[in-house]
Design a protein around this ligand. Structure first.
Ligand SMILES: Cc1cc2nc3c(=O)[nH]c(=O)nc-3n(C[C@H](O)[C@H](O)[C@H](O)COP(=O)(O)OP(=O)(O)OC[C@H]3O[C@@H](n4cnc5c(N)ncnc54)[C@H](O)[C@@H]3O)c2cc1C
Length: 415
């Protein structure tokens, strides 16, 4: 069977390795880290077929500019004279239109529904595995009339596209969340959404892959490629060269830099987010997004994770405690009975979401090279969409018809 080298052992790389190895491919995963520090570990773990609208959408620019003025707000761009940043912002601005949203919805919806079905299949096949997968839906909670208007409008759009959304009064929110002292105006409930424990999923996939003989090479940084004609012959790392029939690039936020070495223009920036875990008392029952604060809340049994912020930067080293404060403050504002200590700096996790400027992933073969594929750019939905991307890349490598239309996700759309 063909040999495949996957660059990146985040959730997309791992799911791609999983489906390829199921089909008998000889797979090697290379990662510059140790597979415990990617963006795929401390995120909110939500599986969100409800998210059919890309980040680049009307209204986001105005909101973003307002948020830029506050140090605790959920969005920030580190202003700097950087050609890549300027190019990304211009492309984002061009994509933030109603037309782009209408174009993107069917693509994102089909990818998301397919991905959720693959999660359910995975859980069915591995009944003993503890992935923390629960189908409890998602609550979009709001406190203000302005946010209520936006969320109800979005609920109508979702229902119109076949994604069930229920508009709830304050009392109805209380029934779903009876212990936390909800201080909200109301909410929208998406019963089709689900969540899981991202680091349990990560550990499960690594165990499965290593058990099946997939080679996982940690702390190997990809530096360049050995090329002959239209073909990549080998991946060059600081730990030696890896030759294979195919190369899959799933390097998260860094995929743009890797693509550049292959003369492919793939605009990508990091959308930095933070999260922390605290005891879940009084128990929050269901995953939620606190819409005005853009904070994601995911209960994992006796613990609950709060996560949020989107700082456009490629620096994942520094923890900005002001942004963490914004997340922490939101908790007690929405959950009146919920008090938690401000986390210690060392207990705050951060990760870089791989953000394309049009809010759509990059999935599939590049036309530039005969044996290179990409699976990246999943932004806020990397966990949600990872099984679909891994399975679709496997189908492409097997010359099978993909289950989902992929043209909107072309890795060459900016080249
Ligand atoms: C606060 C927060 C909350 C989130 N919540 C959710 C959620 O609820 N649901 C959801 O679906 N998504 C969520 N996300 C987004 C999700 O975490 C990401 O989209 C996803 O983890 C990206 O996965 P990836 O495999 O593309 O990239 P990564 O996980 O970043 O993996 C890329 C890997 O490539 C490796 N790599 C990079 N360059 C090289 C190189 N040159 N050589 C070798 N290896 C290399 C890196 O070391 C890394 O391990 C959230 C993100 C954040 C920050």
């Amino acid at each position: 069977m063909s040999k495949v080298t996957i660059i990146g052992g985040g959730i997309i790389g791992l799911f791609t390795a999983y489906y390829l190895s199921e089909e008998g491919f000889d797979v090697t995963v290379l990662d510059k880290g140790n597979l415990t520090n990617s963006c795929s570990i401390g995120n909110a773990g939500m599986i969100v077929p409800s998210h059919i609208v890309p980040l680049a959408s009307p209204g986001i620019i105005g909101k973003g500019l307002k948020w830029m003025l506050s140090s605790t707000s959920p969005f920030y761009i580190h202003p700097r004279l950087d050609r890549r940043l300027v190019q990304w912002c211009l492309l984002f601005y061009k994509s933030a239109t109603k037309k782009h949203v209408e174009y993107s919805i069917p693509y994102l919806k089909n990818l998301s529904f397919y991905s959720k079905s693959l999660y359910l299949q995975l859980a069915e096949q591995h009944k003993g595995a503890d992935l923390g997968l629960e189908e409890k839906g998602l609550l979009m909670l709001y406190k203000t009339e302005e946010a209520a208007h936006e969320e109800i409008e979005f609920a109508e759009l979702a229902n119109h596209h076949g994604v069930e959304a229920q508009v709830l009064s304050k009392e109805e929110v209380h029934q779903l969340e009876p212990y936390a002292g909800m201080d909200v105006l109301g909410g929208v409930f998406f019963p089709g959404d689900a969540h899981l424990h991202p680091s349990k999923l990560n550990d499960f996939l690594i165990r499965e892959l290593e058990g099946k003989g997939v080679k996982i090479v940690r702390e190997a940084t990809v530096l360049d490629f050995d090329i002959s004609g239209k073909k990549v012959e080998a991946v060059i790392t600081d730990k030696g060269d890896y030759s294979s029939d195919y190369v899959v690039i799933a390097a998260g936020t860094w995929s743009g830099e890797v693509a550049q070495k292959l003369k492919i223009t793939m605009p990508m920036l990091g959308g930095k987010g933070y999260s922390f875990m605290v005891n879940n008392t009084p128990a929050i029952q269901r995953p939620a997004i606190l819409t005005e604060a853009r904070v994601a809340v995911t209960p994992f049994g006796n613990q609950v994770r709060f996560g949020g912020t989107m700082e456009i930067t490629n620096d994942n080293d520094k923890i900005n405690l002001n942004r963490v404060k914004g997340i922490h403050n939101a908790a007690s504002k929405y959950y009146g009975n919920f008090q938690c200590d401000f986390p210690q700096k060392q207990d705050v996790w951060s990760g870089l979401r791989p953000c394309s400027p049009d809010g759509l992933p990059y999935i599939g073969f590049t036309e530039r090279w005969s044996n290179v594929l990409f699976g990246t750019g999943h932004s806020m939905m990397g966990i949600s969409l990872a099984p679909a991307t891994g399975k679709l890349l496997t189908e492409l490598l097997m010359n099978r018809k993909a289950q989902v239309q992929l043209d909107a996700f072309s890795p060459d759309r900016y080249s």
